[in-house]
Design a protein around this ligand. Sequence first.
Ligand code: GLC
Length: 477
Amino acid sequence: MKSVLFVASEGLPFIKSGGLADVVGSLPEILNNKGNDVRVVLPLYLKIAKNNRDGFERIATYPIDMGIIHTIATVYKTVSGNVTYYFIEHQGYFERDGLYGYADDGERFAFYQKAVLEMLPHVDFWPDIMHCHDWHTGMIGALCKIHYGYDERYTRIKHVYTIHNLAFQGNYSKDILGSCFGLSDEFYYNGYMRFHDGVSFLKTGLMTCDKITTVSDTYSKEILTRAYGENMEGVLESRKGDLVGIVNGINVFEWNTKTDPLLAKNFDKRNPFSGKLENKRALQQELGLDQDDDVLMIGLVSRLTWQKGINLILERIEEIMEMRVQFVILGTGEADIEAGLRYMADRNRNKMSYIQDYNEALAHRIYASCDLFLMPSLFEPCGIGQLIAMHYGSLPLVRETGGLKDTVQPYNEYTKEGTGFSFTNFSSQELINTLYYAAHVFYDDKKSWRMLVKNALSVDVSWELSADRYIEVYNSL
Ligand code: GLC
């Protein structure tokens, strides 16, 4: 039984911008079911403040000394399910419309990390392990050792650092050491925090934690190469012995086709087809698409960024629109991708629908309704969409990278195995060929398609096994 504090920049059920929030919002519950005391700390963003602050318990207000900046933090607490959540309040830093992308992000998350460490004496919980996620929390391990070197309560804490996306690194000019952390340039010159001509929160996390995990086995190997290493491959190579890949799961209590209240029709895994059809009909109606039971419905739910390979789809969208398909896309992101999708959807109203929104309820209906689910990512540390898609009887069509490669078994028409379709190289030609092939199976070999759907539905996408692997990591420290 371990006491673990998850330190992250987002987490459901309170706030989400990407898959990190799904993990932070579902793994602690399972770890607690297995007898641990895992708690979560998050920044109190404007959205959380508006929706939830009144219901939180106010614990303490305390000073934060960040170097040249002196300010205060307030910590709140609430319990959701079997997980205790703490929230760090600072109106100036966090009560803004968005989560990230501000000029002072370095300062904001410097504050957050310091405020998390200063929170510990005020809450009735002292973790054995701090489990930090992504660049926003990379400095925690170093700060424990440097700022609190005299305090055994801090120095005996062990540190697990999980990479959800190596592309985001928190790299700043070295001045941030003095201004926001009260640290001397020594830590730049000795190499622990230095990354090129500045300092990197991510690198610091990688250098100072006890164990590094990332969210799939394949990604844990890819990031040691130049192609995927985002210039951190050397740092990672030096810590290879402490790096493990543990694939994400999903919350199968929430994602349950039998009980999901957001679906037009609930259905059982053993007999999914009529239920899926009713969902498809309802979605066609909701989105103003042609009512057509037999058409191949393709879904895509994603942050619309370069990482997700949406440009491969845009390159071939005219050809896709000539196929007998319906295409449903939900998500927001980069302006040019959004504009491209809007343009095509306007021209193909009866077969393509682009919903430029973040809408969890509609996402559930898309997963349940579509036949095929696209994830042609350039890189994908794990990917959650393909797990949900399989669990809802939609076959993922993915590029073989990261967690997509580990979780989707491509259809093999000779052995009749598979849970989806995949292609190897990041090329729109390979994507479209795979799409033609999937459409061929869908229209010309219904029996195999149905078998694939059943295979997909029987994949274990729960946290069960992966949670045990995290516990092994905790116990190894
Ligand atoms: C990031 C990655 C995604 C992963 C998620 C949760 O969003 O891009 O692949 O599934 O983190 O670990």
